[in-house]
Design a protein. Structure first.
Lengths: 116, 420
Protein backbone atom coordinates (compact mmCIF):
# COMPACT_ATOMS: atom_id res chain seq x y z
CA UNK A 1 0.00 0.00 0.00
CA UNK A 2 1.08 3.53 -0.68
CA UNK A 3 1.32 6.05 2.14
CA UNK A 4 2.10 9.73 2.11
CA UNK A 5 4.18 10.82 5.06
CA UNK A 6 3.48 14.51 5.58
CA UNK A 7 6.11 16.30 7.63
CA UNK A 8 4.62 19.04 9.79
CA UNK A 9 6.98 21.19 11.78
CA UNK A 10 7.59 24.61 13.23
CA UNK A 11 9.01 26.61 10.34
CA UNK A 12 10.96 28.93 12.62
CA UNK A 13 12.87 25.95 14.03
CA UNK A 14 15.28 25.47 11.14
CA UNK A 15 16.53 29.07 11.22
CA UNK A 16 17.32 28.73 14.92
CA UNK A 17 19.80 25.92 14.32
CA UNK A 18 23.53 26.55 13.96
CA UNK A 19 25.00 25.89 10.50
CA UNK A 20 26.60 22.78 11.95
CA UNK A 21 23.25 21.53 13.26
CA UNK A 22 21.63 22.33 9.92
CA UNK A 23 24.27 20.29 8.14
CA UNK A 24 23.74 17.42 10.56
CA UNK A 25 19.97 17.68 10.12
CA UNK A 26 20.21 17.65 6.33
CA UNK A 27 22.56 14.65 6.47
CA UNK A 28 20.07 12.78 8.65
CA UNK A 29 17.35 13.35 6.04
CA UNK A 30 19.72 12.18 3.29
CA UNK A 31 20.48 9.02 5.23
CA UNK A 32 16.78 8.45 5.84
CA UNK A 33 16.03 8.76 2.11
CA UNK A 34 18.86 6.36 1.38
CA UNK A 35 17.50 3.81 3.84
CA UNK A 36 14.03 4.10 2.22
CA UNK A 37 15.54 3.51 -1.23
CA UNK A 38 17.68 0.57 -0.14
CA UNK A 39 14.63 -0.99 1.49
CA UNK A 40 12.82 -0.67 -1.83
CA UNK A 41 9.90 1.31 -0.40
CA UNK A 42 10.72 4.79 -1.70
CA UNK A 43 8.44 6.31 -4.35
CA UNK A 44 9.12 10.01 -4.07
CA UNK A 45 9.97 12.89 -1.78
CA UNK A 46 10.31 16.64 -1.78
CA UNK A 47 11.13 19.41 0.61
CA UNK A 48 8.81 22.40 0.33
CA UNK A 49 9.78 26.05 0.50
CA UNK A 50 8.46 27.90 3.59
CA UNK A 51 4.73 28.56 3.71
CA UNK A 52 5.35 32.30 3.24
CA UNK A 53 5.84 31.34 -0.41
CA UNK A 54 2.44 29.70 -0.58
CA UNK A 55 -0.50 31.09 -2.50
CA UNK A 56 -4.09 29.87 -2.20
CA UNK A 57 -6.71 29.96 -4.89
CA UNK A 58 -10.44 29.44 -4.59
CA UNK A 59 -13.56 30.38 -6.48
CA UNK A 60 -16.19 32.19 -4.43
CA UNK A 61 -19.49 33.10 -6.07
CA UNK A 62 -17.96 32.51 -9.47
CA UNK A 63 -15.03 34.84 -8.82
CA UNK A 64 -11.50 33.69 -8.29
CA UNK A 65 -9.94 34.70 -5.02
CA UNK A 66 -6.18 34.54 -4.68
CA UNK A 67 -4.52 35.00 -1.31
CA UNK A 68 -0.93 35.15 -0.15
CA UNK A 69 0.23 32.63 2.40
CA UNK A 70 -0.76 29.11 3.39
CA UNK A 71 -4.30 27.79 3.74
CA UNK A 72 -4.00 27.23 7.46
CA UNK A 73 -2.22 30.02 9.29
CA UNK A 74 -0.32 28.16 11.96
CA UNK A 75 3.19 27.89 13.32
CA UNK A 76 3.29 24.27 12.25
CA UNK A 77 3.31 23.85 8.48
CA UNK A 78 3.84 21.04 6.01
CA UNK A 79 7.52 21.22 5.14
CA UNK A 80 7.85 18.18 2.92
CA UNK A 81 6.68 14.69 2.21
CA UNK A 82 7.73 11.14 1.46
CA UNK A 83 5.63 8.82 -0.66
CA UNK A 84 6.31 5.21 0.23
CA UNK A 85 5.00 1.80 -0.75
CA UNK A 86 4.90 -0.67 2.12
CA UNK A 87 3.01 -3.75 3.25
CA UNK A 88 0.68 -2.14 5.77
CA UNK A 89 0.09 0.68 8.23
CA UNK A 90 2.42 -0.86 10.81
CA UNK A 91 5.30 -0.70 8.34
CA UNK A 92 4.38 2.87 7.40
CA UNK A 93 4.35 3.90 11.07
CA UNK A 94 7.71 2.30 11.66
CA UNK A 95 9.19 4.29 8.76
CA UNK A 96 7.47 7.45 10.01
CA UNK A 97 9.09 6.98 13.42
CA UNK A 98 12.52 6.77 11.77
CA UNK A 99 12.03 10.04 9.89
CA UNK A 100 14.17 12.79 11.45
CA UNK A 101 11.07 15.00 11.26
CA UNK A 102 9.39 12.86 13.91
CA UNK A 103 11.72 14.22 16.57
CA UNK A 104 11.23 17.91 15.75
CA UNK A 105 7.68 17.87 14.43
CA UNK A 106 4.82 15.57 13.58
CA UNK A 107 4.57 13.03 10.77
CA UNK A 108 1.07 12.57 9.45
CA UNK A 109 0.67 9.17 7.81
CA UNK A 110 -2.03 9.13 5.12
CA UNK A 111 -2.92 6.10 3.04
CA UNK A 112 -3.16 6.90 -0.66
CA UNK A 113 -6.56 6.32 -2.25
CA UNK A 114 -5.54 3.92 -4.99
CA UNK A 115 -7.44 4.15 -8.26
CA UNK A 116 -7.84 0.72 -9.75
CA UNK B 1 -14.36 6.64 60.72
CA UNK B 2 -12.37 9.51 59.26
CA UNK B 3 -13.36 10.63 55.82
CA UNK B 4 -10.38 10.43 53.51
CA UNK B 5 -9.80 13.12 50.92
CA UNK B 6 -10.64 12.31 47.31
CA UNK B 7 -6.91 12.07 46.71
CA UNK B 8 -6.56 9.33 49.30
CA UNK B 9 -9.35 7.36 47.70
CA UNK B 10 -7.74 7.76 44.31
CA UNK B 11 -4.36 6.68 45.68
CA UNK B 12 -5.86 3.63 47.33
CA UNK B 13 -7.71 2.79 44.11
CA UNK B 14 -4.49 3.19 42.11
CA UNK B 15 -2.56 1.00 44.51
CA UNK B 16 -5.23 -1.70 44.41
CA UNK B 17 -5.38 -1.44 40.64
CA UNK B 18 -1.64 -1.97 40.42
CA UNK B 19 -1.58 -4.87 42.84
CA UNK B 20 -4.87 -6.58 42.12
CA UNK B 21 -6.07 -5.65 38.64
CA UNK B 22 -4.87 -8.85 36.97
CA UNK B 23 -5.95 -10.94 39.92
CA UNK B 24 -9.48 -9.56 39.72
CA UNK B 25 -9.73 -9.87 35.93
CA UNK B 26 -8.35 -13.40 36.09
CA UNK B 27 -10.81 -14.34 38.74
CA UNK B 28 -13.84 -12.75 37.06
CA UNK B 29 -12.99 -14.16 33.63
CA UNK B 30 -11.82 -17.61 34.67
CA UNK B 31 -15.24 -19.23 34.45
CA UNK B 32 -16.73 -17.52 31.43
CA UNK B 33 -13.41 -16.81 29.64
CA UNK B 34 -15.05 -13.50 28.69
CA UNK B 35 -12.14 -11.15 29.34
CA UNK B 36 -13.85 -8.10 27.85
CA UNK B 37 -16.88 -8.46 30.11
CA UNK B 38 -14.60 -8.92 33.14
CA UNK B 39 -12.62 -5.81 32.24
CA UNK B 40 -15.76 -3.76 31.69
CA UNK B 41 -17.24 -4.88 34.99
CA UNK B 42 -14.00 -4.13 36.80
CA UNK B 43 -13.63 -0.69 35.29
CA UNK B 44 -17.20 0.10 36.39
CA UNK B 45 -16.28 -1.15 39.84
CA UNK B 46 -13.26 1.15 39.93
CA UNK B 47 -15.47 4.06 38.85
CA UNK B 48 -17.89 3.24 41.69
CA UNK B 49 -14.98 3.08 44.10
CA UNK B 50 -13.83 6.56 43.14
CA UNK B 51 -17.34 7.84 43.77
CA UNK B 52 -17.95 5.87 46.96
CA UNK B 53 -14.64 5.81 48.84
CA UNK B 54 -14.15 9.57 49.25
CA UNK B 55 -17.62 9.74 50.83
CA UNK B 56 -17.82 6.53 52.86
CA UNK B 57 -14.15 5.93 53.47
CA UNK B 58 -11.86 3.34 51.93
CA UNK B 59 -13.07 -0.17 52.72
CA UNK B 60 -10.94 -2.36 54.96
CA UNK B 61 -10.59 -4.85 52.14
CA UNK B 62 -10.61 -2.86 48.87
CA UNK B 63 -9.99 -5.96 46.76
CA UNK B 64 -13.04 -7.72 48.16
CA UNK B 65 -15.13 -4.58 47.77
CA UNK B 66 -14.16 -4.28 44.11
CA UNK B 67 -14.80 -7.95 43.47
CA UNK B 68 -18.31 -7.76 44.93
CA UNK B 69 -19.21 -4.69 42.89
CA UNK B 70 -17.62 -6.07 39.70
CA UNK B 71 -19.44 -9.36 40.11
CA UNK B 72 -22.74 -7.52 40.39
CA UNK B 73 -21.93 -5.47 37.28
CA UNK B 74 -20.95 -8.62 35.44
CA UNK B 75 -24.27 -10.24 36.21
CA UNK B 76 -26.14 -7.04 35.26
CA UNK B 77 -24.23 -7.02 32.00
CA UNK B 78 -25.22 -10.57 31.14
CA UNK B 79 -28.86 -9.76 31.92
CA UNK B 80 -28.75 -6.75 29.64
CA UNK B 81 -27.07 -8.50 26.72
CA UNK B 82 -28.68 -11.90 26.67
CA UNK B 83 -32.16 -13.30 26.90
CA UNK B 84 -33.86 -16.56 27.78
CA UNK B 85 -31.95 -19.78 28.25
CA UNK B 86 -28.58 -18.26 27.49
CA UNK B 87 -28.96 -15.85 30.34
CA UNK B 88 -29.85 -18.45 32.91
CA UNK B 89 -26.96 -20.69 31.84
CA UNK B 90 -24.48 -17.82 32.00
CA UNK B 91 -25.85 -16.57 35.28
CA UNK B 92 -25.50 -19.98 36.77
CA UNK B 93 -21.86 -20.15 35.72
CA UNK B 94 -21.29 -16.72 37.17
CA UNK B 95 -23.00 -17.24 40.44
CA UNK B 96 -21.32 -20.58 41.15
CA UNK B 97 -18.07 -19.94 42.84
CA UNK B 98 -18.01 -16.22 42.27
CA UNK B 99 -20.36 -15.67 45.15
CA UNK B 100 -18.35 -17.82 47.53
CA UNK B 101 -15.15 -16.18 46.41
CA UNK B 102 -16.52 -12.70 46.80
CA UNK B 103 -17.67 -13.55 50.31
CA UNK B 104 -14.32 -15.10 51.11
CA UNK B 105 -12.48 -12.08 49.81
CA UNK B 106 -14.70 -9.82 51.84
CA UNK B 107 -13.94 -11.85 54.92
CA UNK B 108 -10.28 -11.03 54.30
CA UNK B 109 -9.43 -14.40 52.94
CA UNK B 110 -6.94 -14.50 50.15
CA UNK B 111 -8.45 -14.43 46.68
CA UNK B 112 -7.19 -17.41 44.70
CA UNK B 113 -4.51 -16.11 42.33
CA UNK B 114 -5.36 -17.11 38.77
CA UNK B 115 -3.04 -14.61 37.12
CA UNK B 116 -0.67 -17.28 35.93
CA UNK B 117 -3.53 -19.01 34.12
CA UNK B 118 -4.46 -15.67 32.62
CA UNK B 119 -0.88 -15.13 31.41
CA UNK B 120 -0.88 -18.56 29.79
CA UNK B 121 -4.20 -17.77 28.09
CA UNK B 122 -2.85 -14.45 26.75
CA UNK B 123 0.28 -16.11 25.38
CA UNK B 124 -1.49 -19.18 24.06
CA UNK B 125 -0.06 -20.42 20.73
CA UNK B 126 -3.50 -19.85 19.16
CA UNK B 127 -3.16 -16.11 19.82
CA UNK B 128 -1.22 -14.22 17.17
CA UNK B 129 2.36 -13.82 18.44
CA UNK B 130 2.52 -10.06 17.92
CA UNK B 131 -0.47 -9.30 20.11
CA UNK B 132 0.51 -11.49 23.10
CA UNK B 133 2.62 -8.86 24.86
CA UNK B 134 0.06 -6.05 24.39
CA UNK B 135 -2.68 -8.40 25.54
CA UNK B 136 -0.84 -9.28 28.76
CA UNK B 137 -0.10 -5.64 29.48
CA UNK B 138 -3.75 -4.78 29.11
CA UNK B 139 -5.44 -7.76 30.72
CA UNK B 140 -3.03 -8.46 33.56
CA UNK B 141 -1.86 -4.93 34.31
CA UNK B 142 -4.75 -2.83 33.08
CA UNK B 143 -2.70 -0.58 30.76
CA UNK B 144 -4.96 1.35 28.43
CA UNK B 145 -5.04 0.62 24.73
CA UNK B 146 -3.75 4.00 23.63
CA UNK B 147 -0.67 3.80 25.79
CA UNK B 148 0.06 0.31 24.50
CA UNK B 149 -0.46 1.43 20.89
CA UNK B 150 2.07 4.24 21.26
CA UNK B 151 4.63 2.00 22.86
CA UNK B 152 4.32 -0.62 20.13
CA UNK B 153 4.13 1.98 17.36
CA UNK B 154 0.74 0.86 16.11
CA UNK B 155 -2.31 3.02 15.44
CA UNK B 156 -4.62 3.13 18.48
CA UNK B 157 -7.59 2.03 16.37
CA UNK B 158 -5.68 -0.98 15.03
CA UNK B 159 -4.41 -1.88 18.50
CA UNK B 160 -7.94 -1.74 19.96
CA UNK B 161 -9.20 -3.97 17.16
CA UNK B 162 -6.39 -6.51 17.58
CA UNK B 163 -6.83 -6.63 21.33
CA UNK B 164 -10.55 -7.17 21.12
CA UNK B 165 -10.09 -9.80 18.42
CA UNK B 166 -7.63 -11.65 20.65
CA UNK B 167 -10.03 -11.51 23.60
CA UNK B 168 -12.82 -12.78 21.40
CA UNK B 169 -10.59 -15.62 20.32
CA UNK B 170 -9.88 -16.59 23.93
CA UNK B 171 -13.61 -16.96 24.46
CA UNK B 172 -14.73 -18.36 21.11
CA UNK B 173 -11.89 -20.81 20.55
CA UNK B 174 -12.09 -22.13 24.07
CA UNK B 175 -8.55 -21.19 25.05
CA UNK B 176 -8.13 -22.67 28.53
CA UNK B 177 -7.53 -20.60 31.65
CA UNK B 178 -5.10 -23.01 33.18
CA UNK B 179 -1.45 -23.62 33.84
CA UNK B 180 -0.22 -26.28 31.37
CA UNK B 181 0.87 -29.61 32.81
CA UNK B 182 4.52 -30.45 33.37
CA UNK B 183 5.00 -31.96 29.94
CA UNK B 184 3.74 -28.92 28.09
CA UNK B 185 4.99 -26.33 30.51
CA UNK B 186 8.48 -25.54 29.13
CA UNK B 187 7.21 -24.75 25.64
CA UNK B 188 4.19 -22.82 26.82
CA UNK B 189 6.20 -20.92 29.39
CA UNK B 190 8.56 -19.90 26.63
CA UNK B 191 5.75 -18.05 24.81
CA UNK B 192 4.82 -16.27 28.04
CA UNK B 193 8.43 -15.24 28.66
CA UNK B 194 9.02 -14.10 25.12
CA UNK B 195 5.90 -11.92 25.21
CA UNK B 196 7.14 -10.34 28.44
CA UNK B 197 10.55 -9.79 26.87
CA UNK B 198 8.93 -8.22 23.79
CA UNK B 199 7.21 -5.72 26.07
CA UNK B 200 10.50 -4.96 27.78
CA UNK B 201 12.30 -4.52 24.46
CA UNK B 202 9.73 -1.98 23.31
CA UNK B 203 10.29 -0.01 26.48
CA UNK B 204 14.06 -0.31 26.21
CA UNK B 205 14.24 1.44 22.83
CA UNK B 206 14.00 4.81 24.54
CA UNK B 207 17.50 5.07 25.97
CA UNK B 208 17.00 8.53 27.41
CA UNK B 209 14.09 7.33 29.47
CA UNK B 210 12.40 10.64 28.73
CA UNK B 211 9.41 8.98 27.14
CA UNK B 212 7.37 8.01 30.18
CA UNK B 213 5.26 5.53 28.24
CA UNK B 214 8.26 3.51 27.14
CA UNK B 215 10.01 3.72 30.49
CA UNK B 216 6.90 2.45 32.21
CA UNK B 217 6.83 -0.48 29.83
CA UNK B 218 10.16 -1.82 31.12
CA UNK B 219 8.84 -1.50 34.68
CA UNK B 220 5.67 -3.34 33.73
CA UNK B 221 7.64 -6.11 32.01
CA UNK B 222 9.82 -6.54 35.10
CA UNK B 223 6.67 -6.63 37.21
CA UNK B 224 5.26 -9.43 35.03
CA UNK B 225 8.53 -11.39 35.17
CA UNK B 226 8.55 -11.05 38.97
CA UNK B 227 5.02 -12.37 39.01
CA UNK B 228 6.00 -15.44 36.97
CA UNK B 229 9.04 -16.04 39.19
CA UNK B 230 6.89 -15.72 42.29
CA UNK B 231 4.33 -18.18 40.96
CA UNK B 232 6.80 -20.59 39.31
CA UNK B 233 9.96 -20.28 41.43
CA UNK B 234 11.49 -23.49 40.07
CA UNK B 235 11.59 -22.39 36.43
CA UNK B 236 15.18 -21.54 35.49
CA UNK B 237 14.28 -19.58 32.37
CA UNK B 238 11.83 -17.35 34.24
CA UNK B 239 14.62 -16.53 36.70
CA UNK B 240 16.95 -15.99 33.74
CA UNK B 241 14.59 -13.55 32.06
CA UNK B 242 14.11 -11.51 35.22
CA UNK B 243 17.90 -11.41 35.73
CA UNK B 244 18.43 -10.36 32.12
CA UNK B 245 15.98 -7.48 32.35
CA UNK B 246 17.38 -6.30 35.68
CA UNK B 247 20.94 -6.19 34.26
CA UNK B 248 19.71 -4.06 31.39
CA UNK B 249 17.52 -1.84 33.54
CA UNK B 250 20.42 -1.25 35.95
CA UNK B 251 22.27 0.60 33.19
CA UNK B 252 19.39 2.80 32.09
CA UNK B 253 20.60 6.11 33.46
CA UNK B 254 24.18 5.52 32.28
CA UNK B 255 23.05 5.51 28.68
CA UNK B 256 23.12 9.32 28.62
CA UNK B 257 25.82 11.73 29.72
CA UNK B 258 25.22 15.08 31.40
CA UNK B 259 24.85 16.74 28.00
CA UNK B 260 22.12 14.26 27.08
CA UNK B 261 24.31 12.46 24.54
CA UNK B 262 24.15 8.73 23.93
CA UNK B 263 26.84 6.69 25.70
CA UNK B 264 27.52 3.16 24.39
CA UNK B 265 28.07 0.33 26.88
CA UNK B 266 31.85 0.32 26.41
CA UNK B 267 32.07 3.96 27.46
CA UNK B 268 29.53 3.98 30.28
CA UNK B 269 30.54 4.90 33.81
CA UNK B 270 29.92 1.72 35.87
CA UNK B 271 29.49 3.77 39.04
CA UNK B 272 26.25 5.07 37.53
CA UNK B 273 24.84 1.56 37.28
CA UNK B 274 22.24 0.46 39.80
CA UNK B 275 24.22 -1.88 42.08
CA UNK B 276 21.13 -3.22 43.87
CA UNK B 277 19.59 -4.37 40.61
CA UNK B 278 22.86 -5.94 39.49
CA UNK B 279 23.21 -7.82 42.80
CA UNK B 280 19.66 -9.09 42.50
CA UNK B 281 20.28 -10.16 38.91
CA UNK B 282 23.47 -12.00 39.92
CA UNK B 283 21.71 -13.92 42.65
CA UNK B 284 18.76 -14.77 40.38
CA UNK B 285 21.16 -16.10 37.79
CA UNK B 286 22.95 -18.20 40.37
CA UNK B 287 19.63 -19.56 41.59
CA UNK B 288 18.70 -20.40 37.97
CA UNK B 289 21.97 -22.19 37.28
CA UNK B 290 21.36 -24.50 40.25
CA UNK B 291 18.21 -25.75 38.54
CA UNK B 292 20.36 -27.08 35.69
CA UNK B 293 18.05 -26.27 32.80
CA UNK B 294 19.99 -23.93 30.56
CA UNK B 295 18.13 -21.75 28.09
CA UNK B 296 18.37 -18.58 26.03
CA UNK B 297 17.39 -16.14 28.78
CA UNK B 298 19.94 -17.52 31.19
CA UNK B 299 22.60 -17.31 28.46
CA UNK B 300 21.63 -13.75 27.64
CA UNK B 301 21.69 -12.89 31.34
CA UNK B 302 25.11 -14.55 31.61
CA UNK B 303 26.29 -12.31 28.77
CA UNK B 304 24.97 -9.27 30.57
CA UNK B 305 26.77 -10.49 33.66
CA UNK B 306 30.01 -10.88 31.69
CA UNK B 307 29.74 -7.36 30.23
CA UNK B 308 28.94 -5.91 33.65
CA UNK B 309 31.76 -7.81 35.30
CA UNK B 310 34.30 -6.76 32.66
CA UNK B 311 33.52 -3.11 33.11
CA UNK B 312 33.40 -3.20 36.91
CA UNK B 313 36.45 -5.40 37.47
CA UNK B 314 38.36 -4.45 34.34
CA UNK B 315 38.88 -8.12 33.46
CA UNK B 316 39.21 -9.02 29.78
CA UNK B 317 36.66 -11.79 29.27
CA UNK B 318 35.91 -11.48 25.56
CA UNK B 319 36.77 -15.13 24.82
CA UNK B 320 34.14 -16.19 27.36
CA UNK B 321 31.68 -13.76 25.78
CA UNK B 322 32.24 -15.27 22.32
CA UNK B 323 31.59 -18.73 23.80
CA UNK B 324 28.34 -17.57 25.33
CA UNK B 325 27.24 -16.11 22.00
CA UNK B 326 28.16 -19.40 20.29
CA UNK B 327 25.91 -21.26 22.72
CA UNK B 328 23.14 -18.73 22.28
CA UNK B 329 23.46 -18.87 18.50
CA UNK B 330 22.84 -22.61 18.45
CA UNK B 331 19.71 -22.11 20.57
CA UNK B 332 18.08 -19.19 18.82
CA UNK B 333 19.21 -18.73 15.20
CA UNK B 334 18.77 -15.01 15.83
CA UNK B 335 20.51 -12.49 13.56
CA UNK B 336 20.75 -10.17 16.56
CA UNK B 337 22.86 -12.73 18.38
CA UNK B 338 25.04 -13.17 15.29
CA UNK B 339 25.69 -9.42 15.14
CA UNK B 340 26.73 -9.26 18.77
CA UNK B 341 28.86 -12.38 18.36
CA UNK B 342 30.69 -10.70 15.47
CA UNK B 343 31.41 -7.66 17.61
CA UNK B 344 32.82 -9.89 20.36
CA UNK B 345 34.96 -11.76 17.80
CA UNK B 346 36.43 -8.41 16.79
CA UNK B 347 37.77 -8.04 20.35
CA UNK B 348 39.33 -11.52 20.33
CA UNK B 349 40.43 -12.21 16.75
CA UNK B 350 40.43 -8.75 15.21
CA UNK B 351 38.08 -6.84 12.89
CA UNK B 352 38.77 -8.94 9.75
CA UNK B 353 37.59 -12.14 11.43
CA UNK B 354 34.56 -10.27 12.72
CA UNK B 355 33.75 -8.88 9.29
CA UNK B 356 33.76 -12.40 7.89
CA UNK B 357 31.43 -13.53 10.65
CA UNK B 358 29.10 -10.65 9.85
CA UNK B 359 29.19 -11.42 6.13
CA UNK B 360 27.62 -14.80 6.83
CA UNK B 361 24.45 -13.19 8.14
CA UNK B 362 24.19 -10.42 5.52
CA UNK B 363 21.98 -12.72 3.43
CA UNK B 364 19.37 -12.82 6.18
CA UNK B 365 16.54 -10.60 4.96
CA UNK B 366 15.46 -9.69 8.48
CA UNK B 367 18.55 -7.62 9.11
CA UNK B 368 18.58 -5.28 6.12
CA UNK B 369 16.25 -2.95 8.00
CA UNK B 370 17.85 -3.54 11.38
CA UNK B 371 19.85 -0.56 12.60
CA UNK B 372 22.32 -2.43 14.87
CA UNK B 373 23.47 -4.56 11.95
CA UNK B 374 24.48 -1.48 9.96
CA UNK B 375 26.06 0.19 12.99
CA UNK B 376 28.09 -2.95 13.72
CA UNK B 377 29.07 -3.28 10.08
CA UNK B 378 30.12 0.37 9.94
CA UNK B 379 32.23 0.01 13.04
CA UNK B 380 34.00 -3.13 11.82
CA UNK B 381 34.59 -1.67 8.36
CA UNK B 382 36.12 1.46 9.81
CA UNK B 383 38.43 -0.66 11.95
CA UNK B 384 39.69 -2.44 8.83
CA UNK B 385 40.24 0.88 7.06
CA UNK B 386 37.39 0.51 4.57
CA UNK B 387 36.22 4.08 5.19
CA UNK B 388 33.99 4.54 2.15
CA UNK B 389 32.06 1.39 2.85
CA UNK B 390 31.92 2.30 6.53
CA UNK B 391 30.50 5.69 5.58
CA UNK B 392 27.71 4.05 3.57
CA UNK B 393 26.93 1.61 6.35
CA UNK B 394 26.66 4.51 8.80
CA UNK B 395 24.22 6.18 6.40
CA UNK B 396 21.99 3.13 6.60
CA UNK B 397 22.26 2.98 10.39
CA UNK B 398 21.42 6.70 10.65
CA UNK B 399 18.50 6.38 8.24
CA UNK B 400 17.03 3.47 10.18
CA UNK B 401 17.42 4.88 13.70
CA UNK B 402 14.40 6.43 15.35
CA UNK B 403 16.00 7.88 18.47
CA UNK B 404 17.37 11.35 17.59
CA UNK B 405 20.09 11.12 20.23
CA UNK B 406 21.40 7.81 18.92
CA UNK B 407 21.17 9.23 15.42
CA UNK B 408 23.41 12.11 16.45
CA UNK B 409 25.85 9.69 18.04
CA UNK B 410 26.06 7.70 14.80
CA UNK B 411 26.52 10.88 12.81
CA UNK B 412 29.45 11.84 15.02
CA UNK B 413 31.02 8.43 14.49
CA UNK B 414 30.50 8.82 10.77
CA UNK B 415 32.04 12.31 10.76
CA UNK B 416 35.11 11.04 12.62
CA UNK B 417 35.81 8.75 9.63
CA UNK B 418 36.66 11.81 7.54
CA UNK B 419 39.66 12.52 9.70
CA UNK B 420 41.40 9.35 8.56
Amino acid sequence: MQYLLLLHSNEAGWAQLTPEQQEQGAAAYMAYGEALRKAGVFLGSNRLRPSANATTVRIVNGKTQVLDGPYVDSKEQVGGYYLIDVKDLDAALSWAARCPGASHGVIEVRPVWQMS
Amino acid sequence: MTLPEGDDARRTADAVARRSYGKLVAFLAARTRDVTAAEDALSEAFASALADWPVNGCPRNPEGWLLTVARRKLIDGVRRRQTGDVVSAQLQILSEGLEDAAEQAERDMELPDKRLALLFACAHPAIEAGIRAPLMLQVVLGLDGEKIASAFLVSPAAMRKRLSRAKEKIQQAGIPFSVPDRQELPERLDTVLSAIYAGFAEGWTDPSGTDAIRRDLTDEAIFLARLVVELLPQEAEALGLLALMLYAEARRSARRNAAGEYVPLAEQDPTLWNATMIDEAESLLLQASKLEAIGRYQLEAALQSAHTCRRIKGRNNWAEVVQLYDALGTLTDSPVVAINRALAIAEVDGPEAARDALRDIAADERITQYQPYWAARAELLSKTGAYDEAHQAYDMAIGLERDPVVREFLQKRQASLKRH
